[in-house]
Design a protein around this ligand. Structure first.
Ligand SMILES: [Zn+2]
Length: 243
C-alpha cells in the first residue's frame, strides 16, 4: 500500500502542512483560530497556553513502546501506576490506550489538536500534568475550562471542540484536549485500522510493540479508542476564518 501525502500527514509522517511557532507545530488555520481563542481568553483574564500540539509518528511510537515495555509508567484513572506484568497483551493494550494512542492513531499527528492550560492560574515553575484534578471544577484550570465549555456551547469557540468531553468507555475524559473541527473532521474520516496496519508493516518506520497481537483485534481497538469520540458541534464544524 503506497501512502498518499494526506495519509502520511495523518500518521505523523509528513510535516509539510505544518507551521512551527516556538517548539510547537500546527496547521496554519489552526494557529489563526487559536490566536482568536487566546485573545478571547485574555479578555476574560485567562492565559490560554498550549502544552502539547503536533506529535510525530516516531514520538508516539516511543511513548507506545515505552509503556508496553514498562520503561514508561502506565497509570489508572486515579493516577496510580499499574503493574502490567501478569496481564494478557489485550489487557495491556487497553490500559495504555486509555491515555495514549497507538502509533499513527493520535489526533496530535494531525496538526489540528492541542492540549491547553491556563498559565495565569499557576506559577512559572509549575509542571503541567494534564490530569483530571487540574481541570476539575476546583482545580487550577477549572475556571478556564468552564469558560471554554460556555464558548463551545454558544458556538463561539472559533472551530474548537472537545473530542474527549466525557468517558465513553474508550479514551478517558480529557478536558484539556481541543480539536479544530473544520480540519480534524477530514483527518478522522480518513483514519482507519487498515491504514494503521499498512504503516506498522513498513519496517522503515520502525517496530511497534505488540503489533501482531494488536493487529488481530485492531478493528475492535480502533472502534473503542480511536473512533469513539464526541461529534463536533455544527457551529465548530462550520467555523470559517475571517477573510
Ligand atoms: Zn491531547
Amino acid at each position: 500500500m503506497t501512502l498518499s501525502t494526506f495519509q502520511r500527514q495523518l500518521l505523523g509522517l509528513d510535516e509539510s502542512a505544518l507551521l512551527a511557532r516556538g517548539s510547537q507545530q500546527l496547521q496554519r488555520p489552526v494557529w489563526a483560530a487559536l490566536a482568536r481563542l487566546t485573545e478571547a481568553a485574555t479578555e476574560e483574564g485567562f492565559q490560554l497556553k498550549v502544552a502539547s500540539a503536533y506529535r510525530s509518528y516516531d514520538r508516539q511510537r516511543n511513548i507506545w513502546n515505552g509503556k508496553l515495555s514498562g520503561e514508561r509508567s502506565v497509570v489508572d484513572d486515579t493516577d496510580r501506576a499499574i503493574d502490567m506484568t501478569s496481564m494478557s497483551p489485550e489487557e495491556c493494550f487497553a490500559c495504555v490506550l486509555r491515555f495514549s494512542a497507538m502509533p499513527g492513531a493520535s489526533r496530535h499527528h494531525w496538526g489540528t489538536d492541542i492540549d491547553v492550560f491556563d498559565a495565569g492560574a499557576v506559577n512559572e515553575s509549575y509542571q503541567v500534568q494534564l490530569s483530571a484534578a487540574e481541570v476539575a471544577v476546583n482545580g487550577p484550570f477549572g475556571l478556564m475550562h468552564e469558560w471554554l465549555d460556555q464558548r463551545i456551547a454558544q458556538g463561539r469557540s472559533f472551530g474548537f471542540y472537545r473530542p474527549y468531553d466525557k468517558d465513553r468507555g474508550g479514551v478517558a475524559s480529557e478536558r484539556w484536549h481541543l480539536s479544530f473541527a473544520p480540519l480534524a473532521v477530514d483527518c478522522q474520516r480518513e483514519c482507519s485500522a487498515d491504514l494503521l496496519r499498512a504503516v506498522w508493516s513498513d519496517k522503515a518506520v520502525g517496530e511497534v510493540s505488540g503489533r501482531q497481537e494488536l493487529s488481530q483485534q485492531l478493528e475492535s481497538f480502533f472502534e473503542r479508542f480511536v473512533a469513539r469520540v464526541a461529534e463536533p458541534p455544527k457551529s465548530a464544524l462550520e467555523y470559517l476564518p475571517p477573510a
